[in-house]
Design a protein around this ligand. Structure first.
Ligand code: AMP
Length: 366
């Protein structure tokens, strides 16, 4: 099996590592040479819109997938006319626009924060009055890791918010006073079989994921099945194949969908060591037509992202239950450079290790 991947970042790197033991070969396409996945497999260095390069990339591939969410839908459709592309292009198209995505959730009966489209500053005033402050103003496209967002505490901040994110199509969402953030990672095969990982609890700061713990503590069977039901509805509607992540806000017993990612997801990295089959392996199994693997967790896990600066890795490696993954990227503010997973018999053990590692991660090696 030869899998083509659009994008060659850390998600591609971890797909390639998982694919080795499945006997899968890879070819990547991404505009920058020297991306994290580039030393693990052949890489076509070209822009995503370059059709000659896309044709060359597609030669001899069995299936194409993507690990970068902003790849142009037209390029994915161009490839889909030649070879199977999973997840289907419509999943990507829906996930790329926060307005379509929330309308799609609503159509499927999946609760979301109250929202409305905003095109002009004059419209923003009316929409804010209707939705009510506080509210989050977001760009519909190309926002990630908290970029392209502004929290409006009251109407006096409208001009400031507009300067911050305006000039492009926007969505205004009610600010949700959630008790916590969760995500569900699901996988669907070509035949329509499903597997779900246990809900993950996610901690963000400045819009960036810092810590995930899994299985999320205090999750009732009802809450887990509700999250699975939402993911199942999305995947059935899209005739989805591969791994999907759905980010959720928990408020009491309610789950509100924030967004979906039609790809392997940062909040699923713990599955490499913490589950019987990793999200990367299950994505590859799904898109290549292999049976899906067991998603049971092996115990409790915590995953800390390494962001901005490279920590003292040797000290972290001394920790007996820590697994370090570095992506080979140059340090830069807010950039995800790697992650560390810790395993323990229970959540208290994870909390203790996360506290130790959190201290080590905040100490840069340079
Ligand atoms: P996003 O880019 O939509 O995933 O947002 C990044 C982070 O901003 C989320 O993980 C939340 O912590 C926060 N956030 C986004 N939307 C809302 C909302 N409607 N209410 C409260 N917090 C939000």
């Amino acid at each position: 099996m030869r899998v083509g991947v659009l994008g060659a970042g850390q998600l591609g790197q971890m797909l390639a590592l998982a694919g080795r033991s499945l006997g899968v070969d890879f070819r990547f396409l991404a505009p920058d040479a020297g991306s994290p996945a580039s030393n693990l497999a052949e890489q076509v260095v070209a822009d995503y819109e370059n059709t000659a390069a896309l044709e060359h990339f597609a030669e001899g591939l069995d299936v194409v997938t993507y690990e970068f969410e902003s790849v142009p839908v037209s390029s994915v459709e161009f490839l889909a006319e030649r070879i199977p592309v999973y997840p289907p292009p419509r999943a990507l198209e829906t996930a790329q626009d926060r307005l379509y995505e929330k309308q799609f959730f609503r159509k499927l009966g999946i609760p979301t924060p109250d929202f409305a489209a905003v095109g002009f500053i004059t419209e923003l005033r009316d929409v804010l009055t209707r939705i009510g402050a506080p509210a989050v103003l977001k760009t519909r496209r190309l926002g990630y890791d908290g970029k392209g967002q502004y929290v409006l505490r009251n109407a006096s901040e409208i001009e400031k918010a507009w300067v911050h994110v305006g000039g492009v199509p926007l969505i205004l969402e009610k600010f949700v006073d959630f008790s916590r953030e969760l995500s569900i990672i699901a996988v669907r095969s070509i035949e329509g079989d499903f597997r779900f990982y246990p809900l993950v609890e996610n901690h963000h700061s400045e819009g960036i994921l810092r810590l995930s713990v899994a299985p999320a503590p205090s999750v009732s069977e009802a809450l887990q099945s509700r999250a699975e039901d939402y993911a199942r509805r999305i995947m059935n509607e899209l005739d989805y194949v591969g791994v999907l992540a759905v980010e959720l806000f928990q408020r009491g017993d309610e789950l509100l969908a924030n967004e979906m990612a039609p790809r392997v997801h940062n909040s699923g990295h713990w599955t490499i060591e913490g589950a019987s089959t990793s999200q990367f392996e299950n994505h590859l199994r799904a898109i290549t037509g292999m049976p899906l693997g067991n998603t049971d967790p092996t115990g409790a896990a915590g995953m800390l992202n390494v962001i901005g600066t490279i920590p003292d890795l040797a000290r972290i490696q001394h920790h007996p239950d820590a697994y370090v993954h570095m992506y080979g990227k140059q340090p830069a503010p807010r950039r995800k450079l790697g992650h560390v997973t810790v395993l323990a018999a229970d959540m208290q053990g994870v909390r203790n290790s996360v506290a130790d590692l959190g201290r080590l991660l905040s100490k840069s090696s340079r």
